[in-house]
Design a protein around this ligand. Structure first.
Ligand SMILES: Nc1ncnc2c1ncn2[C@@H]1O[C@H](COP(=O)(O)OP(=O)(O)OP(=O)(O)O)[C@@H](O)[C@H]1O
Ligand SMILES: [Mg+2]
Length: 311
């Protein structure tokens, strides 16, 4: 079973406005509620693909229950640790005049040491049947990045592969536990490496240094420029598919889902990259964060190219 762990559960409320204007009352043309939070997004996408997973994490209140309901509706098993406060409701405003999106996040979960111990216990028992672990995202206030070190180490001690996706300090600290994969985007990789990533060559050099230093495979995503995966002894450039973009939020999380599916089935990483980037292309087509249609993923799968890099 694929196990996903989301410490800071969230629902995204995506508002589509014809033009975003400060100090004006705007009428949203459309409102979509969907999953948010990298590991729960991966579970949601896996569910759409008919691949079972178990979603763990901290959750609370009506938003927490909505997140659980969305996951269960797609066949995901949930076993959240109930905490205080409320799971986050994040607002994403898509401005249709220039196809940009702006996000307003919140920090509303209240987590104490007992909650952390309860999650750890659930996680340890889930590891008994885990084929791989997907974890990451932000942490609720008061939870230290050492939680990621602990959770990654517990899985690695049992030889269970870990896909880790986080940013800033959480990424830096979590990497020290040597997860098998990370999935930084351009900004996350730049922050990790300490200088901006402008070219594919920059991304490749940064990726090589992550692999060398931690033994971790970086699958770097570069928005509409596609992705770059740096594996031991080989690297691939993965062009993004061209087409309509409705909302790209959560496309990176589709890559997590693809990698997890391949690890679960014992397939080569290459299969996971193909499925992940096909799912990412399907996510950008829908208005909801991390939402996709299985038929689109299947249609895109044969179109994904893994081009050896540097060539
Ligand atoms: N505008 C776009 N056009 C085409 N493909 C896109 C676009 N944005 C993203 N993608 C596809 O999705 C993949 C992941 O996207 P991106 O790099 O934006 O991830 P991310 O920043 O981690 O996103 P998130 O954290 O919201 O999931 C890209 O590598 C690309 O294949
Ligand atoms: Mg991301």
């Amino acid at each position: 079973m694929i196990v996903t762990v989301t410490p800071n559960t969230v629902i995204d409320q995506v508002l589509f406005v014809s033009k975003f204007e400060k100090n004006h009352t705007m009428r949203a043309r459309d409102v979509v509620y969907s999953m948010g939070g990298k590991p729960t997004d991966a579970s949601w996408i896996l569910g759409e693909l008919g691949i079972p997973s178990l979603a763990l994490g901290f959750a609370a209140g009506a938003v927490g229950r909505k997140s659980e309901a969305l996951l269960r509706a797609r066949g995901v098993t949930t076993d959240f640790t109930e905490v205080e406060g409320e799971s986050r409701l994040v607002t994403v405003i898509v401005d249709e005049s220039d196809h940009t999106h702006s996000t307003i996040t919140t920090s509303t979960l209240i987590v104490n040491a007992n909650h952390v111990a309860a999650l750890r216990q659930r996680y340890q028992s889930a590891l008994g049947e885990a084929t791989c672990v997907v974890l990451g995202g932000t942490l609720p206030a008061g939870v230290e990045p050492s939680l990621y070190v602990d959770l990654i180490t517990l899985a690695r001690e049992r030889n269970i592969p870990v896909v880790f996706d986080a940013s800033d300090r959480n990424l830096q600290v979590g990497l020290t536990a040597r997860p098998n994969f990370i999935k930084p985007n351009r900004d996350e990789l730049g922050a990790l490496i300490g200088h901006p990533i402008t070219t594919l060559e920059d991304a490749y050099r940064a990726g090589c240094s992550v692999l060398e230093q931690y033994g971790t495979i970086p699958v770097i995503t570069l928005g509409r420029e596609g992705g770059l995966a740096v594996l031991p002894g080989r690297a691939y450039r993965i062009p993004a598919l061209k087409g309509q973009v409705v909302n790209a939020a959560g496309a990176g999380d589709a890559v997590l889902a693809g990698l997890a599916a391949a690890l679960d089935r014992g397939q080569p990483v290459e299969e996971g990259l193909r499925l992940g980037f096909a799912a990412a292309a399907a996510v950008v087509l829908t208005p909801g964060t991390a939402d996709c249609r299985r038929a689109d993923v299947e249609r895109f799968l044969p179109q994904i190219e893994l081009i050896p890099y540097p060539g």
